[in-house]
Design a protein around this ligand. Structure first.
Ligand SMILES: *Cc1c(COP(=O)(O)O)cnc(C)c1O
Length: 492
């Protein structure tokens, strides 16, 4: 399988190991596979009899053809082991007669980013060998919370890789801060910066485009790499769990092969839902993909009008991992709905004017598969409480946005098909807002909110979030955003 850039009309080809190492194409585009491999009824039936790690290796082998099957089986078994994912990697839980929650947060950091970031470092480590890279990869991450911790857990103590994470000192939750400050591993560093997420992000981008810095790093035998969700190495592992969920619906005797089901995904960067789109286009019997947003509803508007416009107010919500105005992975959908030339021109407008409008043809094509809905803060809280009270299902705030949008879709379209809702975080990761949504009153400060939620609901705190306040704090540095490069030099 070869890959090329979404913006390259000449379709210059790259191998899977190369694009995993490189992350972003040189022309600013994202890497996409030349064709989408098929997944047949016979294969689905075989996958039904397999464990999650086996399903993952099987699906990944269709895309990552530089890797041997044995390598993929080995890496998937390690990444998705029962020690890392308590209770299995992506269990499908029945919530109502037709709504099923695909719980993607049983990994080491209690958010769905683990599904990709537990496997991706292993793929990168092998990619360094396969591409003959002699230097150590230095991963730079700017995070608003979930990605940083998941990347740290994924890359810690991995050969020939070091990772440094920058987060805005006042821009992450107390739980997220503690999770990062107590990170273990010999090749990790965490740094708070004075400023907001954009300052952290801009600082990282600056280092990536600083040729003097790159030369100095290379002298010291380091090359920069990114753990961002635009890397295909993060996207490919996310295709697996939609196929796996479909198998589980068959195994649970909820459907027979061929019956189409809907999928609803709480969306930020458009990575998770794009993986569902790939699965559908491989032949998995999926019907509609419902793109769920919070009040940062730029995608809802895009799907409705065909205009993507990031010039709008930014809202801080209780589903902060979806507080995004530029959904980078949407570029891949635009590409699959048009061509490289069109994609490049829309992305240029986005860069210049912060917006673009797709042609009617492209809009119609996208509407065949996608529907967009959004939930306000109040609706998110009400839905969370309702699912807890009526169905005894405790969802986090992001999942709650998706549950609300799934219900809106069902009501509007009178569609009784089975619905898979991607559940992207443990309710304990956003304990304070979950507690408040249910009780109407403010939860106790810091990690005490977790205990309060446990007491209120009679559920147990998700394992990786237990005893956070007793863990050793290793990282306390707070630096100016302008000193980020200095910090990188110190680290290498
Ligand atoms: C990252 C994240 C999302 C958004 O996923 P995208 O792939 O960026 O669309 C949703 N929920 C949670 C909890 C997340 O961490």
């Amino acid at each position: 399988m070869k890959y090329y850039s979404t913006r390259d009309e000449n379709k210059i080809e790259f191998d899977s190991a190369q694009i995993i190492k490189q992350g972003l194409a040189a022309d600013g585009g994202l890497f996409v596979p030349e064709t989408l491999p098929a997944i047949t009824e016979e294969e689905i039936n075989r996958l039904c009899g397999m464990t999650y790690p086996e399903r993952a290796a099987y699906v990944l082998s269709k895309f990552l053809t530089d890797y041997t099957y044995d390598e993929l089986v080995n890496d998937c078994k390690e990444a998705y082991s029962e020690t890392s994912f308590d209770g299995g990697a992506a269990p499908l839980k029945k919530v109502t007669d037709n709504i099923f929650s695909l719980e993607l947060w049983h990994g080491p950091t209690a958010a769905f980013k683990d599904m990709a970031l537990q496997i991706m470092p292993r793929l990168l480590s092998r990619a360094l060998v396969k591409t003959g890279e002699i230097n150590t990869a230095l991963i730079l991450v700017a995070t608003s919370g979930d990605t940083g911790k998941a990347a740290l857990e994924g890359y810690k103590d991995i050969d020939r890789i070091k990772i440094i994470v920058f987060y805005p000192v006042d821009g992450v939750s107390q739980v997220q801060k503690l999770q990062m400050a107590t990170q273990t591993g010999n090749n990790v560093k965490v740094c708070a910066i004075k400023g907001n997420f954009d300052d952290a992000q801009t600082g990282v981008k600056k280092i990536f485009s600083d040729n003097d810095a790159k030369a100095k790093l290379l002298e010291n035998k380091y090359v920069l790499s990114s753990a961002n969700s635009i890397n295909w190495g993060r996207l490919a592992p996310q295709i697996v769990y939609y196929i796996s969920a479909y198998c589980d619906l068959i195994n649970q005797k909820e459907i027979k092969y061929g019956e189409t089901v809907n999928v609803c995904v709480p969306t930020g960067n458009f990575g998770n839902i794009f993986a569902a789109y790939i699965a559908k286009n491989m032949g998995l019997p999926l019907n509609k993909l419902i793109c769920a947003s919070n009040s940062n509803n730029v995608l809802t508007e895009f799907l409705e009008t065909g205009t993507y416009d990031r010039n709008r107010n930014f809202h801080l919500t209780m589903s902060p991992s979806m507080d995004i105005l530029i959904s980078s992975n949407l570029e891949r959908l635009i590409y699959f709905s048009s061509d490289a030339k069109t994609t490049a021109s829309y992305m240029a407008s986005l860069n210049k004017d912060g917006k673009y409008t797709v042609s009617n043809d492209i809009k119609d094509k996208i509407s065949e598969t996608f529907s967009g809905y959004y939930a306000s803060e109040e609706e998110t809280a009400t839905t969370l409480k309702k699912f807890y009270t009526d169905y005894n299902y405790l969802a986090d705030t992001h999942t709650s946005v998706a549950l609300n949008c799934a219900e809106k879709y069902i009501a509007k379209n009178n569609d009784g098909k089975k619905m898979i809702v991607a559940s992207t975080a443990s309710p304990y990761k956003f304990a304070a807002d979950v507690y408040k949504s249910i009780t109407g009153s403010v939860a106790p400060e810091g990690t005490k909110a977790l205990d309060a939620l446990s007491e209120l609901t009679g559920t147990v705190i998700t394992i990786p979030l237990r005893g956070l306040s007793e863990k050793e704090v290793r990282f306390t540095d707070i630096i100016e955003a302008s000193d980020m490069l200095e910090e990188v030099y110190k680290f290498m």
